[in-house]
Design a protein around this ligand. Structure first.
Ligand code: CTP
Ligand code: MG
Ligand code: K
Length: 181
């Protein structure tokens, strides 16, 4: 695969995992997942992880995956490459894993004394990617192995922090998000 194909494959395959975080910002609110519970003096997860945000995030990721499925043939023809299709397992695992990774990161942030919304550089940019990759690999190892070759994996890990930082800065600038990270 040439560079264009690697980058296009990486972005295409990860889009259902990129969208949930941003959709959760727009759709979040209502009861927190932890129900306000404390653990060792701090919130288990905090008010930034809500049921509504999680469901909206996963739904948005699945919707994006379905739309990409419809666009795959024309987009592949346009770029002159073969973009990956999403298996049913991957379609659900990518957004669900992204949200679970983000939730696990909040758990870690609360355990390390970081209040809701405080940054945790590195973790903030990769939690959802690691969650998505892990769950997709577990849900459909054959699909995962075919799509995420080593160059595609490396591209995802390099490109995602940059994409995440820029979309969050834009969301902050638009007044949609409380912090620029
Ligand atoms: N959000 C949500 N449910 C989720 C994830 C996000 O409702 N599962 C919404 C919340 O309104 C949250 C916003 O999206 O405040 C931004 O998400 P994020 O930056 O992940 O949460 P933080 O508020 O920064 O909280 P934390 O410190 O726990 O990451
Ligand atoms: Mg945050
Ligand atoms: K986060």
């Amino acid at each position: 695969m040439d560079l264009v194909a690697v980058v296009a494959t990486a972005v295409w395959a990860m889009l259902p995992a990129y969208v949930p975080n941003n959709a959760a910002v727009l759709g979040g609110g209502g009861p927190p997942i932890d129900g306000g519970r404390l653990w060792r003096g701090d919130r288990l997860l905090g008010d930034g992880k809500t049921w509504r945000g999680t469901v909206v995030g996963i739904g948005a990721g699945v919707a994006v995956g379905l739309i990409l499925g419809l666009l795959r043939a024309p987009a592949s023809a346009l770029l002159g490459i073969s973009l990956p299709a999403f298996s049913v397992g991957a379609l659900f695992a990518l957004p669900t894993g992204a949200m679970l990774g983000d939730i696990a990161a909040s758990f870690l942030k609360r355990r390390t004394g970081r209040k809701r919304g405080r940054p945790f550089p590195g973790l903030d940019q990769l939690d959802f990617v690691l969650g998505a990759l892990l769950l997709a690999g577990l849900a459909d190892p054959a699909w995962f192995g075919a799509v995420f070759t080593l160059p595609v994996l490396v591209t995802v890990l390099v490109l995602t922090p940059a994409l995440h930082v820029s979309t969050n800065a834009i969301a902050y600038w638009l007044g949609l998000k409380d912090e620029p990270w």
